[in-house]
Design a protein around this ligand. Structure first.
Ligand SMILES: [Zn+2]
Length: 185
């Protein structure tokens, strides 16, 4: 497995729609595994393909130790409304409230290409909807009011300076441990 660089706001791929997956291949399963590793290293709860520079319609999520892969996801049902704070691995240090459906039933294919359906509420529902948005080029800051968006973007302009290539490289927990070991020697 390998850690992937995360594209940050400003990278064009985050605004492009994805294309449906025709066939779940070994190569795609490797991508899924790498996305899980990357998401966990970044301490995120969801990661969509465009965030790692890929245009396949898929995302991974892990809320409450429940790892999920959604390939070609679609909403079957969305109901109610709930407001909650969100952040995004592609827009570090920017947070804000977003109103979304309180409950969502989503269907798609799993890592083996088998049909699956998840009935989600609370944080999982929010996470699935946030990730689905990524697959259509939408970002959580798009829901902000004009004023809130302006202040979020001025914060991001300062933060963005840390990512001149519009990529965020991660260090795996194992490499971090190795580094410390070297220092100890
Ligand atoms: Zn995101």
């Amino acid at each position: 497995m390998a850690l992937l660089d995360i594209h940050v706001l400003g990278s064009p791929i985050l605004r492009e729609p994805t294309r449906p997956v025709d066939e779940v291949t070994d190569e795609l399963r490797r991508l899924v595994d790498d996305m899980f590793e990357t998401m966990h290293a970044a301490k995120g709860i969801g990661l969509a393909a465009p965030q790692v520079g890929r245009s396949e319609r898929l995302f991974v999520a892990d809320v409450d130790d429940n790892p999920l892969v959604f390939i070609n996801p679609e909403i079957v049902l969305a109901e109610g409304k709930a407001k909650g704070e969100e952040g995004c691995l592609s827009i570090p240090e920017v947070y804000g409230d977003v109103e979304r459906a309180a409950r969502v039933v989503m269907r798609g294919l799993d890592r083996e290409g088998a049909p699956m359906e998840v009935d989600a509420t609370e944080l999982l529902a929010r996470c699935l909807l946030h990730e689905l948005d990524h697959l259509h080029g939408r970002l959580f800051v798009d829901y902000f009011s004009l004023l809130k968006r302006r202040s979020a973007m001025s914060k991001w302009e300062k933060e963005k300076a840390k990512y001149p290539a519009l990529r965020r490289a991660l260090i795996s927990p194992k490499d971090l441990a190795d580094q410390h070991n070297e220092e100890a020697l």
